[in-house]
Design a protein around this ligand. Structure first.
Ligand code: GAL
Length: 381
């Protein structure tokens, strides 16, 4: 079966829990995904990141879960997650060791894929630390992709080599369904902005069955993490999390939640479960948005994105990357609208408000780091 016609939606343990993971936490995350309504909104993967295994392979050369953290083993955990109607994700690495120094899959790719299939894994994040120098990265991603494609189970292959070694040139051909093409996110506005702005020129590579993963969401973390490099000075404001979520949604990124979903504020839930914004991300065609800045020589200002949707509507995103209130505008001719005779009926997706019909131009004033997300219907005047 073809996997990832749309960007995957789920939760990943890394941003908040880092090494502090165990079976109960993962089960509670699965429970929370169902009880909070996230599952109904479309989120389905529960992914365990680094630090789940023993420090060495077992006597048969297989990866083994740390029995203190996962006493019931991975098969039982997968069964639990599947019983909730969710999918189960795990993590390994191209190299001899993972980034946190657990055994990596180098030289064991096929046996590891077989093990993951036996456990009932549906998603594999595959990192890039400790790669032996004598083999190139593309070869190692191709190898694991092949192992997964022939293991007898549908396993989404989530590549994570941070854009090193010209990822975009070979990642789709190797068979990965998602790829990281930037550095790790932290719970800070600077990091959100750096990732979004650096990936905008690269978005035309992303498409169904191989999406650019802008990295796990920090929405709702508010500075809480077991990993001090991810938690930065209290995290972000709710406004910044909204902008972050809107950018990721517009840019067709996988949306992997990184906060503690057992304890979400109402604001966090409202962001992560905004059905209209999710629908823009889960669009049937997943078209690359058209990016345009107000003035090309001013890097930090309102960024505008227009994205054609399958039913003839357009998604419009306005993003203030500037540290102060900022105004911006969209000229409809830039979107393709004829100069006369047509207008746009605009609906605000965060405010859930009809804004009426506009002709020629739409002007918006946004708070620092704020955004506006609109759905536009083309109307004949
Ligand atoms: C990084 C990766 C992170 C996380 C971490 C685990 O390389 O980008 O998302 O998986 O390794 O050690």
């Amino acid at each position: 079966m073809a996997i990832a016609a749309k960007p995957p939606l789920g939760w990943n343990s890394w941003n908040t829990f880092s090494h502090a993971i165990d079976e109960n936490l993962i089960k509670e995350a699965a429970d929370a995904m169902v009880e909070s309504g996230l599952k109904d909104a479309g989120y389905e993967y529960i992914v365990i990141d680094d630090c789940w295994s023993l420090r060495q392979r077992d006597e048969n050369g297989r990866l083994a879960p740390d029995p203190e953290k996962f006493p019931g083993g991975m098969k039982a955990l997968a069964d639990y997650i599947h019983s909730k109607g969710l999918k189960f994700g795990m993590y390994s690495c191209v190299g001899t060791r993972t980034c946190a120094d657990y055994p990596g899959s180098f030289g064991h790719e096929f046996i590891d894929a077989e093990t993951f299939a036996e456990w009932g894994v549906d998603y594999l994040k595959y990192d890039y630390c400790n790669k032996p120098k004598h083999v190139d990265g593309p070869t190692l991603y191709r190898r694991m992709a092949m192992a997964l494609r022939t293991c007898g189970r549908d396993i989404l292959f989530a590549a994570c080599n941070w854009g090193h070694d010209n990822t975009l040139d070979w990642i789709r051909a190797c068979g990965a369904q998602t790829y990281r093409s930037g550095s790790d996110i932290t719970d800070s506005w600077q990091s959100i902005k750096d990732i979004a702005v650096s990936q905008m020129p690269l978005e035309h590579y992303a498409a169904p069955y191989c999406f650019n993963d802008l990295d796990m969401l920090v929405v709702g973390m508010y500075g809480k993490s077991h990993n001090s490099t991810i938690a930065v000075n209290g995290g972000c404001t709710t406004e910044e999390y909204k902008t972050h979520f809107s950018l990721w949604a517009m840019m067709n990124s996988p949306l992997m939640i990184g906060c503690d979903i057992r304890n979400m504020t109402d604001e966090t839930k409202a962001i992560l479960m905004n059905r209209d914004i999710l629908a823009i991300n889960q669009e049937a065609e997943c078209r690359t948005p058209y990016f345009s800045k107000e003035w090309d020589d001013v890097p930090e200002t309102v960024i505008r994105m227009f994205k054609p949707l399958q039913n003839g509507d357009y998604a419009l995103g306005f993003f203030n990357m500037y540290d102060d209130t900022c105004s911006g505008s969209a000229q409809f001719v830039d979107m393709g609208l004829p100069e006369t005779g047509y207008g746009l009926q605009l609906f605000d997706l965060w405010e859930q408000k009809d804004l009426g019909v506009f002709t020629d131009i739409y002007r918006v004033t946004l708070p620092a780091h704020g955004c506006q997300m609109l759905r536009a219907k083309i109307v004949k005047l």
